[in-house]
Each structure stands twice: as structure tokens, then as C-alpha cells.
Design a protein around this ligand. Structure first.
Ligand SMILES: [Zn+2]
Ligand SMILES: [Zn+2]
Length: 335
């Protein structure tokens, strides 16, 4: 099969990815083999190709937003019959018996593994995924509309849960990229009033067409105090700005993996009156299932830019240059 592998992590223009011919993988115990239809391109793939995230094994195929059909089952698997459409997302396995797994926080499992980092991902014609970590997906929805939900959507949804937004509450969203725009749509569908705060004029325009109540610059105060806020921009200077915009008792969730340094906070202004500041780490399978169910009831508007599998390196270069309007997706095979 055709697949891409990361050979020498480095700047995307140094071509750290190579397209190769490799045998179709065989599914291990508990795994299914999936023929990939579409794999969306995530910024984390770029971090892996460029070496910001250290490789965990050599020559790994990236891609953790893959949609495809089950074609074979390994020993002990078989709950998902051949032909079932599934999604393979970032979280690939957890240990199942540590204190975090046992209390429903498997996103914190120290032995968790990740698709496209610990195991080969979806920049290929086939991949394997543990059956218990594959998300069944509807067969009738175009695959390119589903793939971006598998990382940007699910992880944004966990950030929304972590922001403790009360029903019908006022939510501030700082930064408005792929994940934020999916999260805003779910919050609005659930009855929230959403205020978007971002530097980009184009993103502010998009926010208004998606139903935001207001859209302002990242440093602006929202037009009303917020019950909750999510910081999607990786900018630590916005932490005190967002905390100061919260109503008493409000919560700020920081969604990103990376954040620049947070400037000193003033207790009275930023935290007193029981304001809460918290981080978000990956997601659990329960988050993934809950989000995908909601997204089927309230299908989000997803803008995609298709690339053939053979041009995965161009998709990543375009992403690095901020030249993708929406989510880049690799089209791999017909359903
Ligand atoms: Zn565990
Ligand atoms: Zn991702």
C-alpha cells in the first residue's frame, strides 16, 4: 500500500515525510484493519513531522483523524463487522487498570498510546486500530465532513465540558481556529450565548455567520460578563484577560497542549470570588462518543480543503504557512 512516514523530523520545507510502499498491516489481538477513505490533517501532525513532538518510534505514519471501513479483524476482535464505517482518533489505547483509568479519567493514563505517534496512523491506504478505541460512524455522511470531528471536534468538546458552562450560559471563546469553530457550534446548538474574541477579522466574520452573539478582538472585554471561557489561542497573556472577563464563580479552561508563559495574576482581580482556572488534556472515549452523537444531531458546518494522499506533504506545508481555509483532508479511497 501507499503510506507516508516521518523519516527525519525537521522543518516541513526540508521534506521530513516520505511516501513509501509498505505491506498492508495485519491487525493484532483486539484490533481491526481499516481501509482509509479520508484522513484529516491536524496541527499535531505538523508538530510530529517537524520534531516538536519527539518521535516515539522510527518511520511512523502520521494521521489521527481517519475515517474508513473495517475490512478484517485480528484475534479476539469481531464486534465490528466488515464494512462498518469507523473513525480512528488520537487516543489509541489506555492501560485500563491504573487509578486514572479506573476513575473514568483515562485521558490521564500514563501508559496511553496515540495514533500516528506510538502506532501508524491514517496517512496511508490502511491502518489498524484497537476495536475498543474505534468510533462507529454513520455510513451516509461524506467522510470529509466526519474526519475533522475526530480531533478538533472531540478535544474542543472536552474543553467545553471542562469550562463548566451552565445551561443557557454565556461562553467566551478566545481564538477561533478549527477546534474553536466546532466547539462554538455545539455550544450554540445547546443554547449557550457565545462571545468570540480573536485577532483575526476573518475569523470574527465566520463566528458571526455561525451564530455567535458577538465577535471582538482578543484583548477586548466581551459585551457582558462570562460564566465560562475557553482559551484556544496558545497565548498565556490572554489568561488574565479571560479571567478578568469572568463573572464570579466562572471557569476558564485552557484547551491547548502548548501555552506561552502566563503573566503574574492578581488574586483579587483574577481569582477571588471563586473563579477557576483549569487545563484540558486530550479526551476520554466517553467524550468522543458523546461529542460524535451530538454532532450527528446538530451537524456542524465544516469547511474542508481536499488533497490527494500523494500530496500529504503539500497539505502540511500549506498548514505550516497558514494557507488552509478550514480543515485540510487527505482523500485516500472511495467509500
Ligand atoms: Zn491507565
Ligand atoms: Zn489532532
Amino acid at each position: 500500500m501507499d503510506a507516508w512516514v516521518v523519516t527525519h523530523p525537521g522543518p516541513i520545507l526540508s521534506r521530513p515525510l516520505r511516501q513509501v510502499r509498505v505491506p498492508v498491516p495485519s491487525p493484532g489481538p483486539g484490533e481491526v484493519l481499516v481501509r482509509v477513505e479520508v484522513c484529516a490533517v491536524c496541527r499535531t501532525d505538523l508538530h510530529l513531522a517537524e520534531g516538536d513532538l519527539r518521535p516515539r518510534r522510527p518511520r511512523t505514519t502520521p494521521g489521527h483523524e481517519a475515517v474508513g471501513r473495517v475490512v478484517a479483524a485480528g484475534p479476539g476482535a469481531g464486534r465490528l463487522s466488515p464494512g462498518t464505517r469507523v473513525g480512528a482518533a488520537w487516543l489509541r489505547s489506555t492501560c485500563g487498570h491504573c487509578r486514572y483509568c479506573l476513575r473514568g479519567s483515562e485521558n490521564l493514563c500514563p501508559r496511553s498510546t496515540y495514533t500516528g505517534w506510538d502506532a501508524d496512523g491514517g496517512y496511508a491506504e490502511y491502518l489498524t486500530v484497537p476495536e475498543d478505541f474505534a468510533y462507529p460512524l454513520p455510513p451516509e455522511t461524506p467522510a470529509e465532513k466526519l474526519a475533522p470531528l475526530l480531533c478538533a471536534g472531540i478535544i474542543g468538546y472536552r474543553a467545553l465540558l471542562r469550562s463548566d458552562l451552565p445551561p443557557g450560559g454565556r461562553l467566551g471563546i478566545y481564538g477561533f481556529g478549527a477546534s474553536a469553530h466546532l466547539t462554538a457550534q455545539i455550544a450554540i446548538a445547546q443554547g449557550a450565548t457565545v462571545h468570540v474574541l480573536t485577532r483575526s477579522a476573518r475569523a470574527r466574520e465566520l463566528a458571526m455567520t455561525l451564530g455567535a452573539a458577538s465577535a471582538g478582538d482578543a484583548a477586548d472585554a466581551p459585551p457582558e460578563p462570562l460564566d465560562s471561557a475557553i482559551l484556544f489561542a496558545p497565548v498565556g497573556e490572554l489568561v488574565p484577560v479571560a479571567l478578568a472577563a469572568l463573572e464570579r464563580g466562572g471557569t476558564l479552561a485552557v484547551a491547548g497542549i502548548h501555552l506561552s508563559d502566563i503573566p503574574p495574576l492578581t488574586y483579587q482581580r483574577h481569582l477571588f470570588q471563586e473563579r477557576t482556572l483549569r487545563s484540558v488534556t486530550a479526551n476520554t472515549r466517553a467524550d468522543g462518543r458523546a461529542y460524535l452523537e451530538l454532532a450527528m444531531v446538530h451537524p456542524p458546518r465544516v469547511t474542508t480543503v481536499p488533497y490527494p494522499l500523494a500530496e500529504a506533504d503539500r497539505a502540511l506545508a500549506d498548514l505550516a504557512a497558514d494557507q488552509v481555509e478550514g480543515a485540510a483532508v487527505l482523500t485516500v479511497s472511495a467509500p
